[in-house]
Design a protein around this ligand. Structure first.
Ligand SMILES: Cc1cc2nc3c(=O)[nH]c(=O)nc-3n(C[C@H](O)[C@H](O)[C@H](O)COP(=O)(O)O)c2cc1C
Length: 210
C-alpha cells in the first residue's frame, strides 16, 4: 500500500521515533492517508482560494529554509491535476529559495486557511522557468494590476500531499473579510444613528413648542 505523503515524510529515523513513542502501529496502516497521485476538485478549490502560502526548500548544507509567498487570491495556479505554478516576484534579491531549488528541487508547500482552520501540505519538485521561456505560461500567471515585478516562474510537480486537522489553529481574518462580516452591523448602526438623530430633532421641536 502506498501512502504518498507519509512514504516521503516517514524516514527510518521518523519510524524509529514512532516505535519509541509507541505510535508505529497507528501509522503502519493509516486510514485516510492512502496516496492520491493527483489533486482532486477539493484541493483545486482550496488552492484557488489562497492569497499566500509557505514554501520550504533545502539548502546544500542540509538546512531547511522556509519563506512566504503571497499575492492576489488564486495567484498560486493549478496548471493541471499534478502541476502548480506561480510568478515569483522581485523581493530582497537574496534568492535563497530559488538558489536552493537549483541544487535540490525538493520543496514542501504549506497552505493555510485560517478562516476554516484547514491546512494542506504538498511535496513537490520545483522547476524554475524563465519568463521568456514559455509565453503562454507567463501570460497565464501574469496578475493584471498587481504591483509586483515577476522575475521567474516556479512550476511545481506534485509528489504527494496531505491534509491536517484543525487543532490549535486560531481563526484569522483578512481586512476585507472583517469588513464584509461587520457590514450589516455598520449598516444597522448607521440606521439607528440616523433614526436617533431624527427622534432627537422631533423631541427638540416638541420641547420648543411647549
Ligand atoms: C525591499 C525589500 C526588503 C525585504 N526584506 C526582507 C527581509 O529582510 N526578510 C525577508 O524574509 N523578506 C524580505 N523581503 C521579502 C522577500 O524578499 C521576498 O519574500 C522574497 O520572495 C524572498 O525570497 P527568498 O527568501 O526565497 O530569497 C523584502 C522584500 C523587499 C522588496
Amino acid at each position: 500500500m502506498s501512502y504518498g505523503f507519509l512514504d516521503i515524510a516517514v524516514t527510518p529515523s521518523v519510524r524509529a521515533m514512532q516505535a519509541a513513542m509507541g505510535s508505529d502501529a497507528l501509522w503502519a496502516d493509516p486510514k485516510g492517508h492512502q496516496a492520491a497521485d493527483r489533486f482532486s476538485d477539493v484541493e483545486a478549490s482550496f488552492i484557488a482560494d489562497r492569497e499566500s502560502f509557505y514554501i520550504a526548500t533545502v539548502s546544500e548544507s542540509g538546512w531547511p529554509y522556509v519563506q512566504h509567498r503571497g499575492g492576489p487570491r488564486g495567484f498560486l495556479k493549478m496548471l493541471d491535476s499534478r502541476t502548480l505554478a506561480f510568478a515569483d516576484f522581485r523581493g530582497n534579491r537574496q534568492y535563497i529559495s530559488t538558489g536552493n531549488t537549483s541544487a535540490n528541487d525538493r520543496a514542501c508547500l504549506f497552505l493555510m486557511d485560517y478562516v476554516h482552520r484547514t491546512r494542506l501540505k504538498i511535496y513537490a519538485r520545483v522547476e524554475i522557468v524563465a519568463l521568456d521561456a514559455d509565453q503562454l505560461l507567463t501570460q497565464q500567471l501574469t496578475l493584471a494590476g498587481y504591483k509586483a515585478t515577476p522575475e521567474r516562474i516556479f512550476r511545481m510537480h506534485l509528489e504527494a500531499f496531505d491534509w491536517n486537522c484543525p487543532q490549535h489553529i486560531a481563526r484569522r481574518f483578512t481586512e476585507p473579510e472583517i469588513a464584509d462580516a461587520v457590514r450589516p452591523l455598520r449598516d444597522r448602526l448607521e440606521f439607528l444613528e440616523s433614526e436617533n438623530g431624527a427622534l432627537r430633532a422631533r423631541l427638540a421641536g416638541y420641547e420648543e413648542s411647549k
